[in-house]
Design a protein around this ligand. Structure first.
Ligand code: F6P
Length: 363
């Protein structure tokens, strides 16, 4: 067993409800073992500038379990292996600053790092682990697109927020006999759209895994109309693609961060209105899905993940990610967790359920 005295924790990538609960569990579990905990601000940025590292005590994590966001801040532009640096000519170039991170980690006398993040941040965590920084990962993302864990924390909250919004839109859509097209997050995976769409009894659900035919969507709307259902709710994942088309993105790709997705919802709404003649409105739920506190499910998973990460460090097990494998939380290799994205399997039970209930999936 390694002798542990001081560990660090960071939160990287887009925030997700439950981050503070993980931080609390890490700090309390580690403090009870007599370890010191340092909080690194904004992903790995704090390890590039050690003035951005601060001790975390029991006092600092009091009352934060139910709080949204992250007390450490986060960024999705801070990959130290491809750090965006402004050049004298005004352009931005990706620079490898990973050696500075490793050196500052050692200078701070750290024995291990709990890296809380999604696929991007955990991929970075794995590279640091390979460079000799002892890391344990914690899977966070509202997108639920990480392999090797049944679920990531943040997902349940995002699905709940999206379902609630879709429920509310039903009554106004029906009153005005409109079609409402709602864009939800999820990047290249349709988990949020599928789960919220089915739970809210939406009529059409478009996900990245099933390229859609807009005519099939319109057929569904016309068919409902013919049966006296003069309104329809269409859920579109931000990464949904029309057959033969490509993903809708916003702006140009910035150095050191992933391309932004968005815009599919307005395009789908315009096409539906043109083809069916029905008044069609679009709505992007956006960051609302990441806002506010976590659901009970996410809180509990986050606390369990944080405590399990500290147990892994205590046992000297590094290079892994804590994962929900009911009924327990286990440790899986980081390499396995980030090897492939977890998309919705087309033969999964929820897809079958949607089809059985007559939901149009655009195919
Ligand atoms: O990965 C989480 C997520 O919310 C995605 O669903 C979405 O595409 C992305 O982050 C948005 O990122 P940003 O907040 O940087 O626009």
């Amino acid at each position: 067993m390694p002798e542990i005295k001081r560990i660090a924790v960071n939160t990287g990538g887009g925030d997700a409800p439950g981050l503070n609960a993980v931080i609390r569990a890490v700090v309390l579990s580690a403090t009870r073992l007599g370890w010191e905990v340092l909080g690194i601000k904004r992903g790995y940025d704090g390890l590039l500038d050690p003035s951005q590292v601060r001790p975390l005590t029991e006092e600092d994590v009091r009352g934060i379990t139910a709080m949204g966001g992250t007390i450490l801040g986060t960024t999705n532009k801070g990959n130290p292996f491809e750090y965006p640096m402004k050049q004298p000519d005004g352009s931005v170039k990706a620079v490898d600053r990973s050696a500075e991170v490793v050196s500052n980690f050692k200078k701070l006398g750290l024995d291990a790092l709990v890296a809380i993040g999604g696929d991007g941040s955990l991929r970075i965590a794995k590279r640091f682990n390979d460079l000799g920084v002892p890391v344990v990962g914690v899977p966070k993302t509202i997108d639920n697109d990480l392999q090797s864990t049944v679920v990531t924390f943040g997902f349940d909250t995002a699905v709940g927020i999206a379902t609630d919004a879709l429920d509310k839109l039903h009554s106004t859509a029906e009153s005005h006999r409109r079609v409402m097209v709602v864009e939800v997050m999820g990047r290249y995976a349709g988990w949020i759209a599928l789960n919220a769409g089915v739970s809210s009894t939406s009529d059409v659900i478009l996900i990245p895994e099933i390229p859609f035919d807009i005519e099939k969507v319109c057929e569904k709307i016309r068919d409902r109309e013919a049966r006296g259902r003069e309104f329809s709710i269409v859920v579109v994942a931000e990464g949904a693609v029309p057959k033969g088309g490509s993903m809708s993105t916003v702006g140009a790709k910035e150095v050191g961060r992933e391309v932004r997705l968005g815009g599919i919802c307005a395009a789908v709404a315009a096409e539906i209105e043109k083809r069916t003649g029905k008044e069609t409105r679009s709505l992007v739920l956006g960051h609302l899905q990441r806002g506010g506190g976590p659901t009970t499910f996410d809180r509990l998973i986050a606390l369990r993940f944080g405590a399990a990460a500290v147990r892994a460090i205590q046992e000297g097990q590094f290079g892994g990610m804590v994962a929900l494998n009911p009924p327990t939380v286990t440790l899986v290799p980081l390499a396995e967790a980030v090897a492939k994205m977890k998309q919705v399997p087309l033969d999964c039970d929820t897809i079958k359920t949607a089809r059985s209930l007559g939901v149009c999936l655009g195919d």
